[in-house]
Design a protein around this ligand. Structure first.
Ligand code: G16
Length: 519
């Protein structure tokens, strides 16, 4: 470690005085102008992690669903998962170190983690479309090179695409080719196969409206659409040519305010979906003939997918174990439906895909989705091999079901929740089932619920309402506290959410303010 060079470069990325940041739910996030030192230091940390794991590590510059003025950084571990918790602590320590302490913090981390400093390091970098992202990714590169790491800068990517690249590179290309072309080809080949299987059953070519949150999803979907256009035609809105990133649009807006995004033309009963700013979340929605808005969130996505997978397993007579992982934000109706009607076990983890991903690895087939639309499905190696073998060995209907499963496995991005991949999976399942969005929505009825953002702490008034739950937790990505409430009617859910918010404000000695869309 050449401390003089590190110190010299670090001075060019000086830490603002007194600024303390935490590695939150999904990395560091704050106003972009406060992040230069964070990026440089995460470049350094990525090199240490790469040397320790003898693997490629990913650094994604994005603040996902946050406003355009924010930015952030997520580190990606060798198998495409989120950074290990012990390294999150190192990240927080390094980012908050004063200049004069940088050397000792770096040495401490290396010693504690047994990093061989002579080992080669390789880092891959991606960034979203925020105006600040390009410069910040240069600061990451500065950190990587100053510690002698090699790197490949993929430039503009969705977050899940970077996770995919890391996974491919560390599995010797077995998972796929670590290029954007490789990603498009893998997913679209599986999707086109599924579309062919659907059309054999008489189901048709479809079209879908996509709200891209004015983010990277639009760019990448445009690049990719001709690969799968034989099975699906997409019409993009909020593609970044006019509007501001995540402003009054995108999955987080649609889910939080339970309303359609601005800038999208919708006919009644038309199937629409929204991505978030870095395209790792997706929610669906439509307006019915009476103009009522219907949200189909991550819970209903998990239900559609897990029910479909279970049906296929029953058809081929296989008893692979399948589980669904949710968080406390999951609507009570979805949990009841999965457990009581589908007889699929459901597990609850803390918020943050890293927790859900980890739990999902306990199953042959682990389906995980946060209600906000962030999720994917993990297949154990043994389950994948079994399904591939069955697709060869079985005959007739059973073989067809096994082949469907085989293609569905390839269509999921098993490294991370991925809006593009999830969209193609959902479209394939709906087409194969011959279902409309209304039929999907009707699987169960969501308990009315409300999620608010407030500035301070906690109380709950749950006992006053039927079928009610409420909780409050600090966000790990925004400077807010989130309030969630559900009850037997929308009016009760709204009242409960507001009463809880009010209690929080009173405890904090503040004055309540009802958040408005876009505030
Ligand atoms: C990130 C995490 C998600 C989490 C979301 C909100 O999503 O990856 O797991 O649900 O933040 O977290 P919080 O409630 O702590 O603010 P994204 O899409 O913003 O990266």
């Amino acid at each position: 470690m050449d401390i003089d060079t590190i110190t010299k470069h670090s001075a060019l990325h000086a830490k603002p005085n007194g600024l303390i940041l935490q590695y939150g739910t999904a990395g560091f996030r704050t106003k972009a102008e406060h992040l230069d030192h964070v990026m440089f230091r995460m470049g350094l940390l990525a090199v240490l992690r790469s040397k320790q794991t003898k693997s490629t590590i990913g650094v994604m510059v994005t603040a996902s669903h946050n406003p355009e003025e924010d930015n952030g950084v997520k580190l990606v571990d060798p198998l495409g998962e989120m950074l290990a918790p012990s390294w999150e602590e190192h990240a927080t320590c390094l980012v908050n170190a004063e200049e004069q302490d940088m050397q000792s913090v770096l040495v401490n981390i290396s010693e504690k983690e047994g990093v061989n400093l002579q080992q080669d390091a390789f880092i891959v970098i991606g960034r979203d479309t925020r105006p600040s992202s390009e410069k910040l990714s240069q600061s990451v590169i500065d950190g990587v090179t100053v510690l002698g790491g090699q790197f490949h800068d993929y430039g503009l990517l969705t977050t899940p695409q970077l996770h995919y690249m890391v996974y491919c590179r560390n599995t010797g290309g077995q998972y796929g080719k670590a290029t954007i072309e490789g990603y498009y080809q893998k997913l679209s080949k599986a999707f086109v196969e599924l579309s062919k299987q659907a059309s054999c059953s008489g189901n048709e070519y479809r079209s879908l409206k996509v709200d891209c949150a004015n983010g990277i999803g639009a760019l990448k979907l445009r690049e990719m659409e001709h690969y799968f256009s034989q099975g699906l035609s997409v019409q993009l809105f909020n593609d970044g040519t006019k509007g501001k990133l995540n402003h009054l649009c995108g999955a987080d807006f649609v889910k939080s305010y339970q309303t359609s995004p601005q800038g999208m033309e919708m006919e009644s009963n038309e199937r629409c979906c929204s991505f978030d700013g870095d395209a790792d979340r997706i929610v669906y929605f439509y307006h019915d003939a009476d103009g009522h808005f219907h949200l189909i969130d991550g819970d209903k996505i998990a239900t559609l997918i897990s029910s479909f997978l279970k049906e296929l397993l029953l058809e081929i007579g296989e008893s692979l174990n399948i589980g669904v992982v949710q968080t406390a934000y999951a609507n009570g109706s979805s949990t009841r439906y999965l457990e009581e009607i589908m007889k699929i076990p459901v597990y609850c983890t803390k918020t943050g895909v890293k927790h859900l991903h980890h739990k999902a690895q306990d199953f042959d087939i682990g389906v995980y989705f946060e209600a906000n639309g962030h999720g994917t499905v993990l297949f154990s190696k043994a389950a994948e091999m079994k399904i591939k073998q069955l697709a060869n060995d079985l005959e007739d209907k059973k073989m067809k079901a096994a082949k469907l499963l085989e293609n569905i496995i390839d269509l999921f991005n098993q490294a991370a929740g991925d809006a593009i991949s999830d969209m193609l999976v959902i479209e394939a399942i709906l087409t194969l089932k011959g279902w409309t969005v209304q039929q999907w929505d009707a699987i169960y009825t969501d308990l009315p619920n409300r999620q608010l953002k407030v500035k301070e702490a906690i109380n709950n008034l749950v006992k006053k309402y039927r079928l009610s739950r409420a909780f409050v937790r600090p966000s790990g990505t925004e400077d807010v506290v989130r309030v969630y409430a559900e009850a037997d009617s929308q009016e009760s859910a709204d009242n409960l959410a507001h009463e809880v918010s009010l209690a929080v404000y009173q405890l904090a000695g503040g004055v309540g303010e009802k958040p408005q869309p876009g505030s």
